[in-house]
Design a protein around this ligand. Structure first.
Ligand SMILES: C[S@@+](CC[C@H](N)C(=O)[O-])C[C@H]1O[C@@H](n2cnc3c(N)ncnc32)[C@H](O)[C@@H]1O
Length: 547
């Protein structure tokens, strides 16, 4: 017989209340704060109805990432089972999810920086600190937000993000003072209920809040979110102490690898024994290869954060504010951690016993390689990556299985101005790609300098635009082929064209190739084409006569 949990009764009651309540803020069980604006309100409502009483567990979330990686993040969220995934900006994705799926997003997404639950939103009419204070005081049910379910209070922190700041009224156009206003309003709301106030904890708060102020023509709109975790998720914890001065963020490295399809190649390797080698000839402190190794092992970034001892991740805020005496959220989190641990263990065993997936790195500086080795040790992945030291133009990587295809991923040095040293590095990269990689190699290079990439003398086949800090970057794909192979292909094309039109001269072919009139074709070329065409017609005419 099914036993009805008291929390479940409460849950049904709150559905009723929720449905009959039209205020901006609504409540449900587990101290869940339902939202007035899901990622797509209609979609979220439909999803809630569809799931019936389970619908109470559906929340609206937003995840942020490096600008340019929102497609990669959206794919990750969809794969984890999130619903109504919708890119809201180049660096943000909205989605709806139940608690378990939201916990998965926290544990498994590799490109996210923040995952936050949407709480409430004001009309776009805020003009002053008083307006902001009043809205927070009235709209936020602090008992549910800050009560710990046992009569005590949870700790909090408030951060503010200013969007479209030129249109935010001056009085609230300051992140620090607006954060203070939001925090004071919450404390006042608690004081109205009890003779107490919540503590602020800037290191590991139970309820890390983010208020986003958006400037509009009619005033500012505030949207309040609570983060599921503390700190930025781009950190895995395997780096400590000295950091390579050009190290890329772990989340960026992961996003670049996902864009290059490395995760899929790892899955194919495991399922079909399709061998593949991942190489970085200028590995530095190894972000790309470390993230590549984590994907090959199927190791969750959240698990790495716990293994490496990043504070607050084994019992993240979402688990603290969701359980409210009902241990189901704690149990769900534990089950997800157990599942992730068993996947990682089996992936590690497989990687150590196979040569289907190999990971090879190289760098010219031993200092960079030392940092890489330290990070590999911290991550427990030391045995999965082979490292060499030297100029990559001399690097001759040898996979254990002959003929295994190469995937090269790298970010050679670049600067605002290309110095001589950098030109040399790009020249070495050119030699490495042209002379040390087999035909068919897929090379992906991150560059922040268009002049630098010209050194490669290669034609890119794909390009993804990204932004870190104020730098515009490109993740460029090149498919490498042997010179002899390219020449043979050109010859074959030429002879095919000749077969089609034995009299055609070069410009005439250009017109035929595109099938369009090209005004940029010089008139002399047009004349040549016409003459060739006349000769061809005449030749056909003669043949007819002979027949
Ligand atoms: C931008 S950093 C790479 C940073 C790395 N992706 C990370 O996250 O730590 C470029 C690296 O290229 C290395 N490098 C430069 N020229 C090289 C060459 N000719 N051969 C091998 N490595 C080179 C530098 O030592 C530096 O570590």
């Amino acid at each position: 017989m099914t036993r009805t949990h008291p929390a479940r009764l409460l849950l049904l009651l709150s559905v009723f209340l929720w449905k009959s309540c039209s205020c901006v803020f609504a409540l449900s069980t587990h101290r869940r704060l339902a939202c007035s604006r899901p990622s797509s309100p209609r979609a979220a409502a439909a999803y809630r109805n569809h799931l019936d009483d389970e619908s109470l567990d559906i929340g609206s979330y937003i995840a942020t990432c490096i600008p340019g990686l929102s497609d990669a993040l959206s794919d990750e969220l969809r794969t984890l089972g999130c619903q109504d995934v919708e890119r809201s900006a180049s660096s943000a994705v909205r989605f709806n999810a139940n608690t378990q799926t939201a916990l998965k997003a926290l544990l498994w997404t590799r490109t996210s920086h923040k995952v936050m639950e949407f709480l409430c939103e004001s009309p776009p009419t805020l003009k002053s600190r008083e307006d902001l204070h009043r809205f927070i005081l009235d709209a936020v049910p602090v008992k549910e937000l800050l009560g710990d379910g046992r009569g005590g209070l949870l700790t909090l922190s408030v951060g503010v993000i200013l969007n479209n700041p030129s249109k935010i009224p001056k009085d609230i156009n300051h992140s620090h003072y607006s954060a203070l206003t939001v925090k004071n309003a919450l404390c006042d709301a608690v004081r109205e209920l009890r003779d107490d106030r919540p503590n602020v904890d800037l290191d590991d708060p139970d309820v890390p809040l983010t208020a986003v102020l958006l400037g509009t023509d009619s005033g500012a709109r505030v949207s309040l979110y609570r983060q599921l975790h503390n700190g930025s998720l781009h950190k895995r914890g395997y780096r400590s102490g000295a950091i390579h001065k050009a190290a890329m963020k772990e989340s960026l490295a992961a996003g670049l690898l996902l864009t290059a399809g490395w995760d899929q190649k790892c899955r194919d390797a495991r399922r079909e024994d399709d061998a593949v080698v991942l190489l970085d000839p200028m590995a530095g402190s190894g972000s790309l290869l470390l993230e590549g190794a984590m994907m090959a092992v199927d190791l969750a970034p959240g698990l790495m954060r716990i293994k490496c001892g990043l504070p607050g991740h084994s019992m993240p805020p979402v688990v603290r504010w969701k359980h409210d005496g009902d241990m189901r959220v704690v149990d769900e989190w534990k089950a997800l951690l157990l599942d992730a641990t068993s996947r990682a263990k089996s992936g590690l065993r497989w990687m150590q016993s196979t040569d289907t997936v190999e990971i090879l790195g190289n760098d010219i500086h031993d200092g960079a390689l030392n940092l890489f080795e330290n990070a590999l040790d911290a991550a427990g992945l030391r045995r999965l990556v082979q490292l060499e030291e030297g100029d990559c133009s001399d690097w001759k990587p040898k996979p254990k299985r002959e003929g295994t295809p190469f995937i090269v991923v790298s970010n050679p040095p670049w600067g605002v101005r290309l110095t001589e040293d950098m030109s040399e590095s790009w020249e070495s990269m050119r030699i490495f790609l042209r002379e040390c990689c087999p035909s068919g190699t897929e090379a992906w290079v991150l560059s922040g300098n268009a002049e630098a990439t010209k050194h490669l003398g290669l034609r890119r086949s794909q390009s993804l635009a990204l932004k870190t800090g104020d730098q515009d970057l490109r993740w460029l794909q090149y498919i490498l082929r042997d010179r002899s192979e390219i020449l043979a292909e050109i010859e074959e094309k030429k002879s095919r064209r000749k077969d089609l039109n034995p009299y055609a001269s070069k410009p005439a072919k250009r017109i035929q190739d595109t099938g369009r009139k090209n005004s940029s074709v010089p008139s002399k070329a047009k004349e040549n084409f016409k003459q060739a065409e006349r000769r061809r017609q005449a030749a056909i005419g003669n043949e007819w006569m002979i027949d």
